[in-house]
Write a protein that binds this ligand. Structure first.
Ligand code: BG6
Ligand code: MG
Length: 221
């Protein structure tokens, strides 16, 4: 095994933006006249903006035309962006920056593979833009996770074979995308929520690259 790159999902791996997505979706649901719970919000993790809106409308048992959907999604995004504009570097999840420093010092290439079209703004606010050699976000892909497009594009732009990449993902669709792309996948989260990963971590605190490699060595891809 010869790992040359790590590709990171953004939301839920680098920073907990789910709470801001939730506040904005909840406000939209409330304007439309129904409740949107945190449990419902779990279904939106890793899911594109438009698909998220469709799930929300399903919850509220509502139908909207494509034009109305565009307006609603833009409205939610405006509220979300107002939260994101206030993000601070101390909201980077614990251990992430240390881990990025460690792997970059080892010569491992780094990329972001995210569905979010707000990726550049988030990286800027967190002062993390310089930590990634390549950024593939929702503006650069046409197929949503679990399609592997976002990660394969990342590997391709880095010039590294998929089998030499590790993907870090907190969403089930993202784990499937990494495995569909023939990459190693480290799940980030709790075992009761995720399946199909090669190795699972609760987060990046106290994590070393060596520990990951030791655990992935047991797996053949
Ligand atoms: C994913 C999030 O990373 O990006 C989803 O997990 C979100 O919750 C999706 O819907 C799209 O994000 P954005 O910022 O383009 O609306
Ligand atoms: Mg995520």
């Amino acid at each position: 095994m010869n790992i040359k790159a790590c590709i990171f999902d953004l939301d839920g791996v680098i920073v907990d933006t789910a709470k801001y997505h939730y506040l904005a979706w909840k406000r939209l649901a409330s304007e439309l006249g129904f409740e949107f719970s945190e449990e419902h919000n779990e279904r939106l993790k890793g899911v594109s903006r438009m698909r998220s809106l469709e799930i929300l409308l399903e919850v509220g048992k509502m139908n909207k035309s494509p034009e109305e959907k565009e307006i609603l999604a833009a409205k939610k995004n405006d509220w979300y962006v107002n939260f994101i504009k206030q993000l601070r570097p101390d909201e980077i999840l614990p251990g992430v920056q240390k881990f990025l420093n460690e792997i970059r010092a080892l010569g491992i290439k780094t990329a972001i593979g995210s569905a979010s079209k707000n990726t550049p703004l988030i990286l800027l606010r967190l002062n993390l833009a310089g930590y990634f050699d390549v950024v593939i976000d929702g503006t650069k892909v046409s197929k949503a996770k679990p399609d592997p497009e976002v990660f394969l594009k990342g590997a391709e732009e880095l010039g590294i074979r998929p089998s030499e990449c590790i993907v870090f993902e907190d969403a089930q669709a993202g784990i499937e995308a990494a495995k569909n792309g023939n990459m190693y996948c480290v799940g980030v989260g709790k075992p009761e929520n995720l399946t199909g990963y090669d190795f699972l971590i609760p987060g990046f605190e106290d994590l070393t690259f060596k520990l990951i490699i030791e655990n992935l060595k047991k797996i053949k891809i």
